[in-house]
Design a protein around this ligand. Structure first.
Ligand SMILES: [Zn+2]
Length: 208
């Protein structure tokens, strides 16, 4: 008996890419489960939860999934990520230390805001970076601005594109996208080149 392949309401596979591939190769149909009402961030978290709950994942693979979550939401506390993924906060802390040591995510420092709320320096920096456009979120996925590039528009005029780096939610590898500065036209690719053909076609940044 096959475990059902999980889809969102518009037909994106949330869990079971590998099963679908095998069934297609064998020419057989597969059971489906449709999940509704998840935000994009919840979809990725759900997929990670399912992956972590599987027994065949070794410690290294679990840590890779925790690392993906930390890269996506570095400003969330260890405890919050541990609860989201159903792992111990000690493990999350240990993965975080590795990522901080590799400079993949910033170090956590506690600060007290002017209104007396104790938060992390990361959380404060994150908000500042988002306000400045240095970090953009699209459908719960994080894009860090790493530079800019000249771009000639259809009418011949030159403009600048912002270059952003994100991490593929499927494999964790970094990839880059180019986006116009029109905030309303930010529809970046969500996965790396290798994985972007899977599921629904991904819309790219539109340039007027
Ligand atoms: Zn990928």
């Amino acid at each position: 008996m096959l475990v059902p392949v999980e889809y969102d309401e518009v037909g994106n596979i949330l869990d079971g890419h590998h099963r679908v591939k095998i069934c297609r190769e064998l020419g057989i149909d597969w059971p489906r489960l449709i999940r509704e009402g998840f935000t994009e961030e919840e979809k990725w978290t759900h997929a990670r939860q399912l992956n972590i709950a599987r027994r065949h994942l070794n410690q290294e693979q679990k840590r890779a999934l925790i690392a993906d979550q930390l890269r996506q939401t570095p400003h969330f506390s260890d405890r919050r990520i541990a609860e989201m993924l159903g792992v111990s906060d000690k493990t999350v802390g240990s993965v975080r230390n590795e990522l901080v040591a590799n400079a993949e995510i910033p170090q956590t420092q506690t600060v007290t805001r002017s209104d007396g709320v104790v938060t992390t320096k990361q959380q404060v920096d994150e908000r500042r970076r988002q306000r400045k456009g240095a970090v953009r979120l699209y459908a719960g996925q994080r894009y860090d601005r790493i530079g800019e590039e000249d771009y000639q528009r259809k009418d011949g005029r030159w403009t600048k594109l912002d270059v952003y780096r994100s991490h593929c939610p499927e494999c964790g590898k970094p990839f880059e996208i180019r986006a116009s500065r029109d905030r309303n036209a930010f529809h970046p690719a969500r996965r790396c080149d290798e994985h972007k053909a899977q599921g629904r076609r991904i819309r790219c940044a539109t340039i007027e």
